[in-house]
Design a protein around this ligand. Structure first.
Ligand SMILES: O=C(O)CCC(=O)C(=O)O
Ligand SMILES: [Fe+2]
Length: 335
């Protein structure tokens, strides 16, 4: 979904400088935030208050898998995708067959936090550079007339590959969630899952974004990640450090998402929005750093092709042809 804000925006990726690293580790609040980080919030949408009673829908994997509860939980999943494009999924269980393995997740959280604690020069050994700005370590640099030239208050590692066990667990979860989405949409499971997974069960493409949002004493001045929609199909977000900060746009407001212990945040990306003829929302979201604590997340997205994070805009061929014909792609999947 091209939104007004994201359409006018160009994003590239930069190395983290010593000066930025010093700012990110500052413990006092006396320092000025450099202009390069100060965002124009003139057209700021309203941010919903902490006291407002709203919560993202929570979908429970155990209920989806329970024959007696599956239909109602599938309907809940469907309405979350239509109304929000975002939901929590309770899927972390210890060593049972259907959830995401707790031990694997714990390991991923630990190693992620450990990476960001490394000295800058060590992290910069894999810095963005050369031709490949979709794989590596650094941060987003937002260009374009509507944004100015502004850096995100964050550091991240972006990878187009599958880095290990944890992402396989997430991939498995993605395949199962897509299966229930197909049931909700009344389309063939094979076709919807098959848009992202090969017959042998491997995901066709995957992007991983590992994000560290250092605390910022003046959080209202900066952004950890600029408003955007996710390009790929489905993104699963794991909190390695569960400091809040993610905000989802609904209408003219930003709604803060509170991390839910033991749950993952899932959101619909642009490709799934298109594949469902716009039935499922690809919602705009952003991150505002916390004043006191850092936030660390791992975002794993399934794509329909190989390629980098935010990479080539090539739909799978069938869908592209359907779009070019003005056909409703979803109709071709209907049972
Ligand atoms: O870190 C977060 O909460 C959001 C990350 C995100 O939006 C992304 O990787 O696309
Ligand atoms: Fe995102």
């Amino acid at each position: 979904m091209a939104t007004e804000t994201s359409a006018a925006k160009l994003i590239s990726r930069d190395r983290i400088t010593d000066a930025a690293a010093t700012l990110f580790s500052a413990t006092d609040d006396s320092g000025q935030i450099p202009e390069m980080f100060v965002r124009n919030r003139a057209d700021e949408l309203e941010v919903a208050g902490e006291d407002e009673a709203f919560e993202l829908p929570v979908v429970d994997m155990a209920k989806l898998l329970d024959p007696e509860l599956s239909a109602s939980e599938t309907a809940k999943l469907g309405s979350a995708c239509r109304d929000w494009g975002f939901f929590h999924v309770r899927a972390v269980v210890s060593l049972t067959s259907h959830g995401v393995d707790e031990e694997v997740m714990r390991h991923m959280k630990g190693s992620t936090a450990e990476f960001f604690r490394l000295p800058l020069e060590t992290k910069n050994a894999i810095a963005f550079g050369g031709d490949d700005t979709f794989n590596g370590f650094g941060h987003h640099f937002n260009r374009g007339p509507s944004v100015g030239n502004k850096l995100d208050w964050a550091e991240c590692v972006l990878l187009a590959a599958q880095p290990g066990r944890a992402s396989l667990e997430i991939t498995d979860l993605t395949r199962r969630v897509l299966g229930f989405m197909a049931a909700d949409l009344g389309v063939s499971e094979e076709a919807l899952v098959g848009a992202f997974f090969s017959i042998s069960g491997d995901v066709k493409g995957q992007s991983v974004g590992i994000h560290h949002y250092p605390h910022c004493r003046q959080p209202e001045k900066v952004l950890g990640i600029s408003p955007h929609t996710d390009w790929p199909g489905l993104t699963v977000l794991l909190h390695a450090v569960d400091t809040p900060g993610l905000q989802v746009r609904r209408g003219r407001r930003w709604l803060p998402v509170r991390p839910l212990p033991g749950a993952l945040v899932v959101n619909v990306g642009d490709i799934l929005h298109v594949l469902t003829n716009g039935e499922y929302m690809s919602a705009e979201h952003r991150v505002v750093p916390d004043a006191e604590r850092c936030r660390i997340t791992v975002a794993i997205s399934s794509r329909e092709t190989k390629g980098g994070h935010g990479g080539k805009h090539d739909y799978s061929k069938g869908n592209f042809v359907a779009l070019a014909d003005g056909a409703r792609f979803l109709d071709s999947l209907k049972k």
